[in-house]
Design a protein around this ligand. Structure first.
Ligand code: AHR
Length: 516
């Protein structure tokens, strides 16, 4: 009996390792003769809210801080973001936007009022980071600005005056106030949104009610002719297409863009979302299954928009997306601080691939959020700072910004776990303005490498260089002690045969190939 059992055990161990060793198969055909839409660099935008340690500590430390800073803004974070390039930055919320009164954040800092951030942890906000500091930060990192206005607790007049304060180029009282506060020239205001999540934290409105409010507020976004922001309507929660339908029907003519928010929650519920690290394989699987829903969400909102706006004048902006886990043990529930692992980097890659496919309509997205909050690019701990795996995914996709999307046809084995499965290999491709082709391949299978047959019909494949992001475990992270544990490494591209190239993409990896 004992002997038979151990033999069985041995057999199962052997077949398990055999399955692990055997690679899965996929073919990826890049349809270079069918160029698609230009991938707006704005697709790689970010979001910074007055939430937890996102703005205060993550960006703003104040001029008297021992942490090296320029006019109160930390130098290490600015350097990391400049290196990455942030095409556009959304601020000040989120839910916080509908509680934010811009006059609180101007003038001498020691005279600014202190307010309670009732949405995020009930902490006090001393308003040290206001319009001037935000604009200074955006200029430092070279980002276009996306300011989110307050509908929930604001007024049309307050919103109109904020816009005037930022953009007036004449001698109006508000322009003079801006000058008295240290800024002579108006700022360029690229995007302005009328409220946030007005179906929820922004006021629990019905779409019909908000559509009318939107029309009223948007009427008074008045700026000099050469400084017209794109006017953004607060959009739907995930798959709620009724919201988009009503907004497009009632207010579509008055907007330049409408947003949609979709977060990846491993367990699909808000109470018990799942941990950022030490998660079971079932949550690796469910995280990707839920991330892949982004495609269907964009398709469905896009179909409605196509009916009202076949010319695609109005953009669909995913101005909040990313993973949302349980907060790190021992941290404030309202601060939404979570670690960031290899899994997050692959979630980012899958989302990028989907955004590229929808590039004709999706012209900006803003990952939530930039520093120390949700799926962050950067984590800080006092004077220490690290770049997360998500930062590296953004960096690897840099060549796709402004490039022309090239469709890919993927035929792939599935990654399976119990009754669940997802396609193992995902891909995207684009040709940049210099004519070079860039291809990203993601293997979601955590055990098996993928043997990928890459085809570029009618082209000779040559001069490809590769960068790979992977790690020993699915939840590998960077820590303040080992900040470079997960980072891209050069990938040796094998020799191609004409228009074909066979590659081994390791398990749980993102590979980006670029023509030199
Ligand atoms: O990003 C965190 C929060 O998520 C935002 O404040 C809100 O808009 C969304 O619900």
């Amino acid at each position: 009996m004992t002997i038979r059992l151990s033999a069985l055990l041995l057999l199962s161990v052997v077949s398990f390792s055999a399955a692990q060793a055997e690679s899965l198969r996929a073919s990826v055909t890049v349809q270079t003769d069918r160029p698609g839409s230009v991938i707006d660099p704005g697709i790689y935008g970010q979001f910074a809210e007055h939430l937890g340690r996102g703005v205060y500590e993550g960006v703003w430390v104040g001029e008297s801080s021992p942490i090296p800073n320029t006019r109160g803004i930390r130098n290490d974070v600015v350097a990391a973001l400049k290196e990455l390039g942030v095409p556009v930055l959304r601020w000040p919320g989120g839910c916080f936007a509908d509680e934010y009164h811009w006059r609180d954040g101007i003038g001498p800092r020691n005279q600014r009022p202190t307010r309670i951030n009732t949405t995020w942890g009930g902490v006090v906000d001393d308003n040290a980071f206001g319009t001037h500091e935000f604009m200074d930060f955006a200029e430092m990192i070279g980002a276009e600005v996306y300011v989110n206005g307050n509908v929930g607790t604001g007024s049309v007049q307050e919103m109109a005056e904020w816009v005037e304060y930022m953009t007036a180029d004449n001698n109006s009282t508000l322009a003079q106030l801006r000058r008295a506060n240290g800024r002579d020239k108006p700022w360029r205001l690229h995007y302005f949104a009328v409220g946030n999540e007005t179906w929820g934290c922004g006021g629990n409105m019905r779409p019909e009610f908000y559509a009318d409010l939107y029309r009223q507020y948007a009427t008074f976004i008045k700026t000099p002719r050469d400084n017209k922001p794109q006017r953004i309507a607060s959009g739907a929660n995930g798959s709620n297409t009724e919201w988009t339908e009503v907004l497009m029907r009632e207010a579509g003519k008055h907007m330049d863009a409408i947003s949609v928010h979709y977060y990846t929650l491993p367990r699909g519920e808000w109470k018990d979302k799942g941990a950022a690290t030490r998660f079971p394989e079932s949550e690796w699987m469910s995280t990707f299954k839920r991330t892949l829903r982004m495609d269907e969400i964009l398709t469905n909102h896009g179909k409605i928009m196509d009916r009202y706006d076949p010319e695609r004048r109005v953009a669909l902006l995913v101005d909040e997306w990313g993973t949302w886990y349980d907060v790190e043990p021992g941290t404030n529930e309202g601060f939404l601080y979570q670690q960031n692992s290899l899994r997050d980097a692959l979630v980012a890659a899958i989302n990028f691939n989907i955004f590229h496919r929808h590039a004709a309509r999706v012209r900006m997205t803003n990952i939530a959020q930039m520093v120390n909050v949700l799926q962050a690019m950067i984590l800080t701990d006092g004077p220490k700072m690290l770049k997360t795996p998500t930062y590296h995914a953004f960096a690897l996709y840099k060549p796709f910004r402004g490039a022309t999307h090239v469709p890919v046809e993927v035929s792939t084995a599935e990654y399976k776990l119990d009754a669940e499965s997802v396609p193992a290999v995902h891909a995207t491709a684009a040709r940049d303005q210099a004519g070079a082709l860039h291809i990203a391949l993601t293997n979601l299978d955590p055990h098996r490498a993928a043997t990928v047959e890459l085809r570029l019909p009618g082209q000779t494949i040559k001069a490809l260089q590769g960068q790979i992001l992977t790690a020993a475990s699915t939840d590998a992270i960077n820590t303040f002690e080992a900040p470079d544990a997960v980072r891209p490494a050069p990938f040796k591209v094998p020799r191609a045969r004409g228009d074909r190239l066979q590659l081994e993409v390791p398990a749980k990896a993102l590979l980006v190939l670029s023509q030199r």
